[in-house]
Design a protein around this ligand. Structure first.
Ligand SMILES: [Zn+2]
Length: 160
């Protein structure tokens, strides 16, 4: 059942740091009527109330993934929001990956599309499972922490 207008409640934030520096904040709101999830990737500095909002996922078919990539040279480390469906491929520019295409498997884990192996320089988190927490990109793999009881494990996204 869809809402004409969603009634969003703030769920929480995922702060992305590089050492002591706050790089960006990922946020999510959930509709208290239908469960749809609005997610945003908010840069630091003065921003409008809608800047960085990435859209709404509805139902069990879609999830928001927080995709961390290792940086090197001209490619800075970053965490990107990706709207994902099972069986879907998406691309993330990352170092040491011969092919940037990644595949979302039926258990929501993410592997390289080319050979089904885990990516070396990309770590994927389920956004909702990692809220009220942080990811620190100053080491690789990143340090990740959440106040939630369930925490995302590398390559093994827990059901919500
Ligand atoms: Zn709704």
């Amino acid at each position: 059942m869809g809402c004409t207008v969603h009634d969003f409640l703030y769920v929480g934030a995922l702060n992305v740091y590089i050492d002591q520096e706050l790089l960006k904040v990922l946020e999510a709101w959930r509709c208290r009527a239908c469960g749809a999830v609005l997610a945003g990737e908010r840069p630091m500095g003065p921003i409008s109330s809608t800047e960085g909002l990435k859209g709404v996922t509805t139902g069990e078919e879609e999830r928001w993934l927080a995709v961390a990539r290792k940086g090197a040279g001209s490619l800075p480390p970053d965490v990107l929001l990706v709207r994902a469906r099972k069986g879907q491929e998406f691309s993330v520019e990352a170092i040491d990956e011969e092919d940037s295409r990644l595949l979302v498997r039926d258990d929501w884990s993410v592997v390289r599309a080319s050979d089904g192996s885990p990516p070396k320089t990309v770590v994927v988190y389920d956004l909702l499972s990692q809220l009220k927490g942080y990811i620190d990109l100053s080491t690789w793999p990143p340090k990740a922490f959440t106040l939630q009881r369930r925490s995302a494990v590398e390559g093994d996204l827990k059901p919500l």
